[in-house]
Write a protein that binds this ligand. Structure first.
Ligand code: MG
Length: 218
């Protein structure tokens, strides 16, 4: 069981499902050589994959291509189904910076065979989270600067304004198909600039006005 605490708050949430959007930035879909999706690409990660800033990512022995993906993360604070875009923000409790670590070799192989890419996204330590800050501290989640450094070198730098589907549209879309429950997390997709990490690499991810996380690959 993984628990989320919110900065300057006594509130605590047990993490339910982690719903993720794939290819939500045009330039990232292009760099993967994928077609631009007509609808949001959705997949899930388990809560067991979560680590927090300061903890380490364990490079799995069954892969040779571990990629970082920096993303804005939403914490759902109010359960809902078929939530409209207009009401979407009411269901968010807090925001964080997240890394959706991905085994690109396993994912590509699964994609080419038309198989689910579950293992590539769900291995232990594949989900890294910063502290969560309350929603009231973020004026507009669709206009936030994201950055990722590896060993001090800037690798990803973009803005959530370049998301194909906004935070509100993502919540509307997901909750049409399944209930979003209190404690669920939503990963909103990564911008361009993804790439590999090696053992020993130090990662810092930051979203302006939201927070920062630090981790290391071992
Ligand atoms: Mg991702």
């Amino acid at each position: 069981m993984k628990k989320i605490k919110i900065q300057n708050s006594q509130k605590e949430f047990v993490v339910g499902k982690i719903a993720c959007v794939g290819k939500n930035y045009l330039e990232h879909a292009k760099e993967l050589g994928d077609a631009i999706p007509e609808k949001p690409v959705i997949f899930l990660k388990p809560a067991s994959s979560i680590i927090f800033s300061g903890e380490k990512i364990i490079y799995p022995e069954f892969s040779k291509s571990l990629h970082y993906e920096t993303e804005l993360v939403l914490l759902i604070g109010k359960t809902g189904k078929k939530i409209s875009k207009q009401n979407a923000l009411e269901h968010i409790e807090a925001y964080a910076v997240g890394l959706d670590m991905t085994l690109r070799d396993l994912q590509s192989e699964a994609k080419s065979k038309g198989h689910p890419w579950t293992i590539s996204k769900c291995f232990d330590t594949s989900t890294v989270l910063s502290e969560f800050i309350p929603k009231v501290d973020v004026k507009n989640p669709n206009s936030l600067e994201l950055k990722l450094w590896i060993n001090g070198e800037l690798k990803q730098h973009d803005n959530t304004s370049n998301m194909i589907y906004s935070v509100e549209e993502i919540i509307e879309y997901l909750s049409y198909y399944f209930t979003l429950e209190e404690g669920d997390l939503v990963f909103t997709g990564t911008p361009k600039g993804v790439g590999e990490v090696k053992r020993g690499d130090k990662l810092i991810a930051e979203i302006s006005g939201v927070g920062k996380l630090k981790t290391e690959v071992i």
